[in-house]
Each structure stands twice: as C-alpha cells, then as structure tokens.
Design a protein around this ligand. Structure first.
Ligand code: NAD
Ligand code: ZN
Length: 255
C-alpha cells in the first residue's frame, strides 16, 4: 500500500508527466510504438525536416493521432491530479510532455464536478505542444496558434498568410515551450513528482537534477518517481514507486 505524500497548505508541488500516465487510457507510449509509424521512423513525421520534405505525410500522422485521441478519456491518475489541482490551485504546476488532451479534460471534469469547484485552478503547461492545436509554419507569422479538431483534410491546411499550417507540437530538434517558467517553478517547488516518463527525452529528463542541486545547497525538497520501470534518470530521484499510474498516483496524492 502506497503511503500518501505529505501535501499540506504550504506545499509547492511540481509534477512532470510523460506518455506512461496516458498508457492506461489507451494511448501508446513512444516505446510501445517501437519508434515507428506505418514503417516511417518517428523522426520523419515529427521533425521540421520531415515536415519540409513531406508535409502531407506529417499531417496524415497527426490526423490519425487526433482521431485516436478523440476516442479516449482520462484515467484515475489524470483525475487524481485534477482533483488535487482543485485543492491546491496554482500551488500545483503540472508540466506535461504529452500532447494528448487528457490532463485538460480531467481538469474540466473536476471544475464542473460540483464539490471540488475552486476559484483558482492548477497550471497545466503543455511543454511539447498540443495535438489539437495548429499554427502557421512560417516563424515570423503573427497569426496565433488555435484550437483545431480537424482530422480530415482535402488539401493541406494553409494560414491566411499563405504558408502551410503545421501541428502546434514540439518536434525533434525544437525547444520545448515555456522552459523559463518551468525552470522557475522547479526552483521554487517543495515536492517534485515525475509520472510515467522514461527519463530519456531532454530537457524534461534533466529537471530533477535541479532538485539534487538544491538539496546539495541544504534546501529541503523531495523528488519522487512513479512509473512501470526504473527510468533512465532513476539515480536522481529520492524515491521510486514502481507500478501502474492508475494504482499508485491516487494513493500517493491521497485523493
Ligand atoms: P516514453 O514512451 O519514453 O516513456 C513512457 C514511460 O512510461 C516508460 O518509462 C514506461 O515504463 C512508463 N509507463 C508505461 N505504462 C505505464 C503505466 N501504466 N503507468 C506508469 N508508467 C507507465 O515517454 P516520455 O518519457 O513521455 O517521452 C516520450 C516522448 O514522446 C515525449 O516527448 C512525448 O511528448 C511523446 N509522446 C506523447 C504521448 C502522449 O501525448 N500521450 C504518447 C507517446 C509519446
Ligand atoms: Zn501565417
């Protein structure tokens, strides 16, 4: 039985989630997929070079992922985080590497769920972008990214400026969004939790090292990992809780 973490009125909680938290909702992790899609390397469909070479293939890949994501619902781990977020408000900062909408859906459920309604909501930072957002591929364009559920395209989608639109996703070789805010929140947290991330994708995998550094400076801060197996950065964590996210996360968060 997992003992709940000590979360009180002073806790500043930073949570980093990866593909493992959505696995039990039916979204394949990077490893499950074997790094391939329809025999194309994931790099071909998820990199700026891949988009330049074959935007049609890239859009087919993301359209298929959008369709799959429309059919899934949040699981007990997403819901536990959302419920805790209703209680902690902006003292919970949730950075997700996932591009699926399951944290956002769980937060909406918690907000409309009655008793758990709260004036402030936790912060969800989609550091690798969002599957249901699109933006212009021309960097200098001033059009904003927008919510987009389109899954079928007769022609490649174009921005009003004439350039091709692209998925609002951080691809291989691109820098995650809001890294400045993320680093600031890691430096200010009192509890750092990672859920379902293999610890192989940087810079997300390196965030826990900041906790080690702060501990070396005498600060009181704790780091915890939850996932099926030891992540590659396991040595940087104070505690590992190995198992399924839906079983461990609700118990650990005490919700
Ligand atoms: P990853 O696929 O590299 O690792 C997933 C981790 O989750 C593994 O360590 C695995 O052991 C663990 N896991 C699997 N099932 C689990 C479960 N039921 N409970 C708890 N843990 C479980 O994922 P990553 O570290 O997030 O990095 C992969 C990259 O691919 C990221 O950049 C991410 O943006 C992207 N990606 C996103 C999604 C999504 O949006 N849901 C899915 C696949 C990949
Ligand atoms: Zn444009």
């Amino acid at each position: 039985m997992t003992a709940p973490l000590p979360i009180d009125d002073h806790t500043q909680l930073f949570v980093l989630t990866g593909a493992g938290i959505s696995a039990e909702s039916g979204i394949a992790t990077f490893r499950d997929a074997g790094g391939l899609w329809e025999n194309h390397k994931v790099e071909e469909v998820a990199s700026p070079g891949g988009f330049a070479a074959n935007p049609e293939l890239v859009w087919r890949f993301y359209a298929a992922r959008r369709k799959a994501a429309l059919a899934v619902i949040p699981n007990a781990a997403h819901r536990a985080l959302a419920q805790l977020g209703s209680r902690l408000g902006d003292r919970l900062f949730l950075a997700t590497q996932n591009v699926d909408p399951l944290h956002q859906k769980a937060a909406e459920e918690a907000q409309t769920g009655g008793q758990l309604r709260s004036a402030s909501t936790s912060i969800i930072c989609a550091m690798h972008g969002e599957l249901f957002k699109t933006r212009c591929s021309r960097e200098a364009c001033t059009e904003e990214p927008f919510y987009d559920e389109r899954c079928d395209f007769e022609d490649l989608p174009r921005c009003p400026c004439g350039s091709l639109q692209r998925p609002h996703i951080v691809w291989f070789g691109e820098i995650p969004f809001e890294m400045h805010t993320i680093k600031r929140r890691v430096q200010a947290c009192s509890l750092f939790v990672t859920i379902g991330s293999s610890g192989a994708v940087y810079p997300a995998a390196g965030l826990v090292r900041e906790i080690r550094y702060r501990q070396s400076q005498g600060e009181s801060v704790r780091s915890v990992y939850v996932g099926l197996e030891r992540p590659e950065n396991a040595d940087s964590f104070d505690e590992l809780h190995l198992g399924r996210a839906t079983e461990i996360v609700p118990a650990l968060l005490g919700v």
